[in-house]
Design a protein around this ligand. Structure first.
Ligand code: UTP
Length: 408
């Protein structure tokens, strides 16, 4: 893109300030800045003004989960089906590790965080160990796709190779980068993070399948005959990955997606809840839940909006390909964004100072024809690490790891 083309584009979106330091840059820096301006989707910036306004929703009704008693009664059969599918090489796993983990406050990739107390125990290590349990059970390797972002790719790769993938077979580990989106102030003005660089942040976890495609990994998915992808978050150190019983239940119930869910700890717990929206599977966010919905119960007295998602989904690849072209809703998230102030100094704010733009994996569920919410015991499979202390923290995850017999 030429300077004059860049000026036209910036004028159209009211972003002329991004060239403030242009004349101070070296020629390669100028070129890189023009390239970045060219590549950045600025149409998202309008959304800053509408942040916090909930999008219109369809008619929400309950979606019953498969609960622990039913799972226990069928465990043998589900597990046998799941192992068969895994042994046939039909299941892959996708680790979503592109997030910034800002709430945890560390600069390194979240997976490199050490939750150990008397010994080293990294978040990534917990996940690889959990997956290795299934590798042993099924006696076959499972392809693991790891999504990173421009912000943490090198550090993630270095850490995992240095630790030899914690015993995982490196030939079965594939990295891909997610897309980035601009980060702006509350009026939709993109921040600069360097004199020749727009502030960007990963564009949410909803673009993972498209990013896999762009990285050429769908060819591998097809050539290996992978029909199911188990997508999971980096920060739940207890979750079971490619869990044969979960795979078998989803396959036997002929659903195109399975979603692991837990009973909420209280009606207002901040997790998204499985539901039907206009008759299709969907997730209602905790802030969209009315008091009436939070208290609604079925004929057995069980609350109906009670099963929270834990970001562990098993998607049919065919369905993912069918919905690939659909645009997911854009979420505007208020975050702390480092920026250059008027005098060109880098400021690292301690409070949110602007917006990032994200698509979310949970919105993919609504595009699916059918979904099996599959209950897991929260004390055994849900130990997310979002913060250092308090709810969903290093502290709470350590307690749960210990409860499950993991030496810290
Ligand atoms: P979170 O919603 O916890 O976001 O991500 P985060 O960015 O990691 O953390 P905070 O909000 O800044 O503290 C849930 C999962 O989605 C992944 C994360 O790595 C985590 O596994 N994710 C999130 C991505 O892969 N890409 C993104 O752009 C955002």
């Amino acid at each position: 893109m030429t300077l004059s083309q860049a000026k036209d584009k910036l004028k159209k979106y009211g972003q002329e300030h991004l060239l403030k330091y242009y004349d101070q840059l070296s020629a390669p820096e100028q070129e890189a800045l023009l390239e970045q301006i060219d590549a950045t989707d600025m149409s998202v910036l309008d959304a800053c003004e509408h942040r916090g306004k909930p999008a219109g929703r369809g008619v929400i009704t309950p979606l019953t989960a498969m609960q622990l008693t039913e799972i226990e009664a069928n465990r043998e059969s589900f597990t046998a089906t799941g192992l068969e599918v895994i042994r046939a090489g039909r299941v892959g796993a996708v680790l979503l590790a592109g997030g910034m983990g800002t709430r945890l406050g560390a600069d390194d990739p979240k997976g490199t965080f050490n939750v150990g107390v008397t010994r080293d125990l990294y978040i990534f290590e917990c996940l690889f160990r959990n997956l290795l349990d299934v590798i042993r059970q099924a006696d076959t390797w499972i392809h693991l796709f790891v999504m990173t972002s421009d912000k943490n790719h090198e550090a993630t790769l270095k850490f995992l190779t240095e630790h030899d993938y914690f015993g995982y077979n490196g030939e079965y580990v594939h990295f891909f980068r997610q897309e980035m989106a601009p980060a702006a102030d509350y009026h939709g003005k993109i921040y600069l993070e360097e004199k020749g660089k727009l502030s960007t942040s990963p564009n949410g976890n909803g673009g993972w399948f498209i990013s896999m495609k762009k990285a050429g990994l769908l060819e591998l998915v097809h050539s290996e005959g992978i029909q199911w992808l188990n997508v999971f978050a980096v920060d739940n150190v207890l979750q079971r990955i490619a869990d044969p019983c979960f795979v078998g239940a989803t396959v036997q119930k002929k659903c195109v997606v399975g979603a692991k869910v837990v009973r909420k700890s209280d009606p207002h717990e901040k997790v998204g809840v499985m539901c039907l929206e206009d008759g299709r599977p969907s997730i209602v966010e905790y802030y969209e839940l009315t008091e009436e919905m939070a208290q609604a119960k079925d004929e057995n007295g069980v609350p109906v909006y009670y099963f929270g998602v834990i970001l562990n989904y098993l998607f049919s690849v065919a369905e993912l390909e069918r919905i690939m072209e659909k645009r997911l809703p854009l979420h505007v998230v208020e975050k702390k964004i480092p920026y250059l102030d008027d005098s060109g100094r880098l400021i690292k704010p301690t409070e949110p100072n602007g917006c990032k733009f994200e698509c979310l994996v949970l919105d993919m569920i609504h595009e699916m024809e059918s979904c099996l919410p599959y209950e897991v015991e929260r004390d055994r499979e849900f130990a997310p690490i979002k913060n250092m202390t308090g709810v969903d923290s290093v502290e709470s995850a350590r307690a749960l790891l210990q409860k499950n017999g993991v030496l810290l």
